[in-house]
Design a binder for this molecule. Structure first.
Ligand code: GSH
Length: 276
């Protein structure tokens, strides 16, 4: 584990670290905010998965989460969104390849050797984090934006018991019925659509839901609404009688101005579950 930066923030430390990852076969960089309480012992942790074109850095510098996490004594993890490097496959489009890992394990060329973001985020990074930092493995929550909201929802529903709460900002809510999903699943997972269902938040909500509270915020002026398909997830939550809330926020778009506006509510939402 290499320390790239550590800055004092809100009484805690905002760090950036990198490590050689076996799942993705390349060096991976992540951000980790530790609140002051981490000096005394393990603290609860909130994962934040980012969207298309993002690195570990976007949410770390633009979401404004640290002040609220510091107030609640919660750590924040900001993973990267894909493997990276000159020898890692890429695509000219912004929504495929580097910066667009979609939190899946690729099953076909040219993505197979490196694009294993599901394994990286659910297995390898947690192992590395809980070994190296004072984080409480028994108190985890997860959130994310857009492609990262898709990642947060699908991971939370697929690993019952790991996360106490899940939230999302403008998630890609029904990727098997959207070009933000069909294109990438065809590329990474292959043409057999039966393999795609495990990575669709709406389908997972219909099938099993989440054993804990769910909070989804969506801007009504989001420029990507037709690709995100929030109504499908809202319908699935209602049909399942899922604990939680789906909120349309009038006039907000897809940007980090929207995310930072509602970040305090998301952190306190998770804090209630983490300290329950
Ligand atoms: N219009 C963008 C679409 C990508 C986009 O809006 N990405 C969102 C997540 S889906 C984001 O967080 N971008 C980085 C940022 O705003 O810092 C593009 O074509 O590059």
């Amino acid at each position: 584990m290499k320390t790239l930066a550590e800055n004092r923030a809100f009484g805690g430390v905002q760090g950036v670290y990198s490590h050689a990852a076996r799942t993705t076969g390349c060096d991976m960089t992540f951000g980790l905010f530790l609140p002051a309480e981490a000096e005394e012992g393990p603290v609860p942790v909130l994962w934040f998965l980012s969207g298309l074109t993002c690195t570990h850095e976007n949410a770390m510098v633009k979401a404004g989460a640290q002040q609220w996490a510091a107030a609640e004594g919660i750590a924040l993890v900001f993973p990267d969104t894909s493997p990276r490097g000159a020898d890692v496959a890429d695509d000219a489009a912004y929504d495929l390849g580097q910066g667009a890992g979609f939190y899946v394990n690729a099953a076909q060329a040219p993505w197979v050797p490196h694009f294993r973001m599901w394994d990286y985020v659910t297995t390898e990074l947690p192992e590395a984090l809980f070994k190296a930092f004072p984080l409480d493995e028994g108190r985890q929550a997860i959130s994310g934006h857009s492609m990262g909201g898709h990642g947060a929802l699908t991971i939370a529903m697929s690993i019952p018991g790991r996360f106490r709460s899940v939230s999302a900002f403008a998630p890609i809510a029904h990727p098997t019925a959207s070009e933000w999903g069909r294109k990438q699943f065809a590329a990474y997972l292959g043409p057999d659509e039966s393999a795609w269902a495990a990575h669709d938040a709406t389908l997972l909500m219909r099938k099993r839901g989440f054993d804990g509270p769910v909070l989804v915020d969506q801007g009504s002026s989001d420029q990507f609404l037709d690709l995100l398909r929030p109504e499908a997830l809202a319908e699935a939550m209602a049909a399942r009688r899922q604990e939680g809330a789906f909120r349309m926020q009038r006039g907000y778009d897809h940007s980090y101005f929207f995310i930072s506006t509602f970040m305090e509510e998301h952190v306190t939402f998770h804090s209630r579950a983490l300290y329950d």
